[in-house]
Design a protein around this ligand. Structure first.
Ligand SMILES: [Zn+2]
Ligand SMILES: [Zn+2]
Length: 338
């Protein structure tokens, strides 16, 4: 991919502007990027154990409360149809983000047949995490500056030491960053994507896809139960609750996975492999692997690191719907191991 002429101007421009090469689609540049941590040594502060475990509790307890609510509502305001709609829409829109937004479009870790690419881009849009072009630009910026100044959502960079500094860092990485100035330079980060008419149209129609993501479970819930109540519950569980859950899990990759978990590979930042997020985020929680090898289509690099998104990409490849699937060689894995 580093031979891609479309990306080359972006790589060059970024290198001269920030003395940090872009690493989002190119593992070959990741070695150079490791030097980035030397460039800003004072900006990375490590979280204390209290902050890390406190963070984990803050992330886990509210979803447990939601599970308790579901149990209490079971048979009334929550049943099998609602559960199926919630899980089904979670997986479909989640894969839209992980396979479509992230691994296919942002990192170009594989290529897919055009209808497949657009389908996943629309599914990802239904997750309501922002238009795909904005998401890609913001995420490439995250990789370029991971845990350093200009990282849009680091729990570490720019935070004061001490307990409150850690808490503020977590809140910023989890959700606060969404309320900050989020302009990402399209010319610098996504010149290859803004040239794509199809992706640009899907990005521009973002509100429509969000509404579709709410209307779909409502329609299915209504048709399956043949009732307005079924439609309302489908809208609530398959639409709103599913959306909130996936938001929480995706943001946890930004916050939890830069705080809590194993660091198996040298990545030049604080990214972590977190097994809970690995499963819940459909493979994206193997985040240290991802930062070490950003161009890899596979994030769960060990056999036991379950990565549903990788299963989907491999299946697409076997069906002839995906090609140029990139994974790091054994030599590269060994060279980067800690
Ligand atoms: Zn990250
Ligand atoms: Zn990424």
């Amino acid at each position: 991919m580093h031979d891609n002429p479309i990306l080359r101007p972006a790589l060059g421009a970024a290198s001269s502007a920030a003395a940090t090469p872009l690493t989002f689609t190119d593992d070959a540049h990741a070695d150079v990027a490791l030097g980035a941590s030397d460039a800003h040594p004072a900006e990375v502060v490590r979280a204390s154990n209290l902050a890390r475990y406190g963070t984990l509790a803050a992330v886990i307890v509210p979803p447990l409360a939601l599970v308790a609510t579901m149990a209490l509502a079971w048979g009334g305001w929550f049943g099998w149809v609602d559960l199926a709609l919630m899980v089904g829409m979670y997986v479909i829109t989640g894969l839209g983000v992980t396979v479509g937004y992230h691994r296919l479009v942002t990192h170009r870790s594989f290529r897919a047949k055009r209808p497949i690419e657009l389908f996943f881009a629309i599914c990802g849009s239904m997750a309501a995490q922002g238009p795909i072009l904005w998401w890609a630009a913001t995420h490439r910026r995250h990789h370029q500056h991971s845990d350093h100044e200009h990282d849009p959502h680091s729990p570490h960079a720019g935070q004061k030491p001490g307990f409150m500094g850690r808490v503020r860092g977590f809140l910023h990485a989890h959700i606060g960053w969404l309320f900050a100035d989020l302009r990402a330079d399209a010319d610098r980060y996504i010149p290859d994507l803004t040239a794509d008419r199809g992706l640009e149209r899907i990005s521009a129609l973002f509100p429509l896809w969000v509404l579709l993501g709410l209307a779909l479970p409502a329609a299915i819930g209504g048709l399956v139960t043949m009732s307005w109540m079924g439609a309302l519950l489908g809208f609530l569980w398959g639409g709103l609750v599913r959306m909130a859950l996936l938001h929480h899990v995706t943001w946890s990759v930004n916050s939890v996975c830069h705080l809590w978990g194993a660091r198996d590979y040298r990545s030049g930042d604080e990214s972590r492999n977190n097994p809970v997020m690995g499963v819940l985020a459909l493979g994206e929680g193997w985040h240290n692997n991802h930062h070490a090898f950003p161009a890899s289509a596979r994030h769960g690099l060990k056999w036991w690191q379950f990565d549903l998104s990788w299963v989907v990409i491999r299946t697409l490849e076997k069906l002839g719907l995906a090609e140029k699937v990139r994974v790091p060689s054994a030599d590269r894995l060994a060279a980067r191991a800690r």
